[in-house]
Design a binder for this molecule. Structure first.
Ligand code: ZN
Length: 241
C-alpha cells in the first residue's frame, strides 16, 4: 500500500490541485490530510471540498479549530487572526460543522497521525527540536508518527537521550526505527522552498519520499490580495518563508 500524506493546505487551492495531480500519478491507495486545511489562503471552501472527497481521514489543525469555532484565536498573531476571521465568515455552517468533528489523532496499523503532537494535541505545540520529538515518539505505540503544523519537513529518528534530525528527499526507516516525520506544507511552505510539499509512504518498501510541486503562486497571491487578506500572507509564498 502506498499512502500519500498532505498537511497545512491553508486555503491554497492552486497548490492543493497541483499536489493532487502528482498524487494521482503515484498509485497511492489512500490519502490522509493532517489538518490546517483552511486559514491564510483565499479558497477555504474549495479546499475543504477537495479533502472531503479525496482523503480517507482529515485531521483537525489549529487554524481549522479556530475557523469552525471549536477554539479561540488567542494564540494567533494579528495577521493570522485577520485571515482566520475572514475564513470564518466564508465557511458555510455545514463546512464549519464538518471541520469541528475532525479528530485530533488517528491511528493506523504501524503509524500514527496528528497535526501537532500526540501528548497534548490541542495545545498545538511546535515540535522542531530533537528533545521534543523524542518525547512524542516515546508516547506512541506505533513506530512511526507523522505530523504537520511546523511546515518544516524534518525527520527525527529516536536515538539515545533524544533524536537525530535530518532533512532528506528520501528516507528509509529501518525495521526497528522509531521516527517522527513532518510532511511539510502544501499551501504555505516555510523551509525556503516555495514549492508545495507532501510525502508518499510506501509501506512494503518502507520508503518515505518527499515531493515538491511547483504551482501557480502568482494566481494564489492575486486571490489573497483581491480578498483583502493581509498582504504578507501573499508575499511570503514567493520565498517559502
Ligand atoms: Zn499550518
Amino acid at each position: 500500500m502506498r499512502t500519500a500524506l498532505i498537511s497545512d493546505i491553508h486555503g491554497n487551492l492552486h497548490a492543493l490541485d497541483a499536489v493532487m495531480d502528482v498524487i494521482r500519478g503515484l498509485d497511492a491507495g489512500r490519502i490522509f490530510c493532517l489538518g490546517d486545511t483552511v486559514g491564510y489562503g483565499a479558497r477555504p471552501s474549495e479546499c475543504v471540498a477537495r479533502v472531503r472527497e479525496a482523503c480517507a481521514t482529515v485531521l483537525l489543525g489549529n487554524h481549522d479549530a479556530v475557523a469552525c469555532g471549536r477554539a479561540p484565536s488567542d494564540g494567533f498573531n494579528p495577521v493570522a487572526r485577520a485571515a482566520i476571521e475572514w475564513t470564518r465568515e466564508r465557511l458555510s455552517p455545514e463546512e464549519a460543522g464538518w471541520l469541528a468533528k475532525r479528530p485530533l489523532v488517528h491511528e493506523e496499523e504501524g503509524f500514527t497521525l496528528t497535526h501537532a503532537t500526540v501528548t497534548r494535541p490541542e495545545a498545538w505545540d511546535y515540535v522542531l527540536s530533537p528533545i521534543d520529538a523524542a518525547v512524542e515518539i516515546d508516547a506512541c505505540t506505533a513506530p512511526l508518527l507523522f505530523y504537520g503544523h511546523t511546515h518544516h519537513p524534518y525527520v527525527f529518528t529516536r536515538r539515545g537521550e533524544g533524536a537525530d534530525r535530518c532533512r532528506v528527499d528520501v528516507f528509509d526507516p529501518g525495521p526497528e526505527a522509531r521516527c517522527m516525520i513532518n510532511t511539510g506544507s502544501v499551501g504555505q511552505p516555510r523551509d525556503g522552498n516555495p514549492d508545495a510539499c507532501f510525502l508518499l509512504f510506501d509501506e512494503e518498501a518502507r520508503r518515505i519520499t518527499f515531493h515538491r510541486v511547483p504551482y501557480d503562486i502568482d494566481a494564489t497571491q492575486k486571490e489573497i490580495l483581491d480578498a483583502g487578506i493581509p498582504r504578507e500572507l501573499a508575499m511570503r509564498l514567493s520565498c517559502g518563508r
